[in-house]
Write a protein that binds this ligand. Sequence first.
Ligand code: F6P
Length: 543
Amino acid sequence: MSALRETPAWRALEAHHGDVKDLHLRGLFADDASRGETMIAEAAGIFLDFSKHRITNDTLPALINLAEETGMPGHRDAMFRGERINCSEDRAVLHVALRLPRSRSLVVDGVDVVREVHEVLDRMAAFCEEIRSGRWLGHTGRRSKNVVNIGIGGSDLGPVMAYEALKSYSRRDMNFRFVSNVDGTDFVEATHDLDPAETLFIISSKTFTTLETMTNAKTAREWSLNAFDGDESAVAKHFAAVSTNAEGVSEFGIDTDNMFGFWEWVGGRYSMDSAIGLSTMLAIGPDRFSELLAGFHEMDEHFLGTALESNLPAIHGLLAVWYRDFFGSQTQAVLPYSEYLHRFPAYLQQLTMESNGKSVTLDGETVDYSTGAVFWGEPGTNGQHSFYQLIHQGTQLIPCDFIGFNHSINPLGNHQDLLISNVFAQTEALAFGKTKEQLEAEGVDDSLIPARTFEGNRPSSAITVDHLTPHSLGTLVAFYEHSVFTQGAVWGIDSFDQWGVELGKALAQKIIPELDSEAAPDLGHDSSTNNLIRRYRKAQGRK
Ligand code: F6P
């Protein structure tokens, strides 16, 4: 049995789960009328109501014991100090340094990383001012009013999520597009109505080797140069790069003056607040981008400095462990009640699943407990008319995060009241359901009672924030980053590597020449893969 499962805290939680698993939220609320006012936490503008979880007053202390016995607080402190906690890649994990104020300093391997971070931020700000003011002119002297970010994974999902979330703060006289998929359709649809003379591409790639991004970047270069009679000097005016790989950037032909760097200690999925956020800064401007960073930082300070019993990301992360390991929940839903956050679940999928989709510990032992849940979601209220049925009456227990804002950016009539009434109603319906007795009292026909009974006892968190702003977006993202950290630290896994995506990438590199070679290739795969390759070649008219 693993060391984790042998800790006194884990054993105590197993016993505690035995006591709690059959308790109903109806009873828990009836027994403690103040539960909704005590099982709450608030910091950095985020209010978390965790009272509608299947917990008693003893659960959080027991989970905190687990965090302490597994050394989570020490691991957190080591991350903030810049220690190499990403063991399999032998790297520090310092996204928290990306948002340290200019006045601070953090010396790692003899280098003050805060100074370096602000040097890049200042260069980004100067570049953004040039573009936003219209002083930056393209090859033919036209203003660059279209910005196309080319990247994938962390080099796309953060930028696109942030742009969508903060659209109301963005320059409406500019167009922002995002190309990620190697499917040529993505590039074609993103650029079909753009004029190359007014278009700036940002090639965003930490490694500057990613197949999808490099392929799209080459296509963008051709698309651009075609419009300028192949004049290579146009690249300097229409391409910028964000990367840690200066050599790769200059080999591609992008002037390193137009390159904005970051560091190996920033993981791709933790990079939206690094130079990878260049498109965000172009959209909302440097001052608003600083507000975003300040929001991240406020949540960092809270996570680092607050006792676990009132520490929002720690509570959220420990509850995730509670459901995953003790209730056996396989998935977790995130349901933002803001149309602006429509890409937030997709962003969180990479953050949570690439981080905690691991099955060995830092010591290389195979785990004998469950790690990261499948993370998914859609904005409300749309999801209510689609998949909520399964959350309410299906056979799986799916903890949900409901995210709502007190004030709308677009206060139209009573839309916001209607929207938020649904947040509250859903958490209530999930927790308390509807009993046979209630249905009988309503005169529902006996034959319909089974189908119309809601068991309830379905857990959810309500996360409310005043306004959606750059600052509050930063706090929300950092809240989830640190929740993911908390879970990974308890599980003893490396939340910062992603070896699992490498095998498919390597195999695709092997298959590419087998698809496009002129002569019939010698195929050495399994019979299924061989057959799929042959059928595809045949469809292309190849031997
Ligand atoms: O394939 C996974 C991954 O490595 C992600 O972790 C990363 O965000 C994405 O690819 C893109 O990588 P890059 O920024 O180096 O192009």
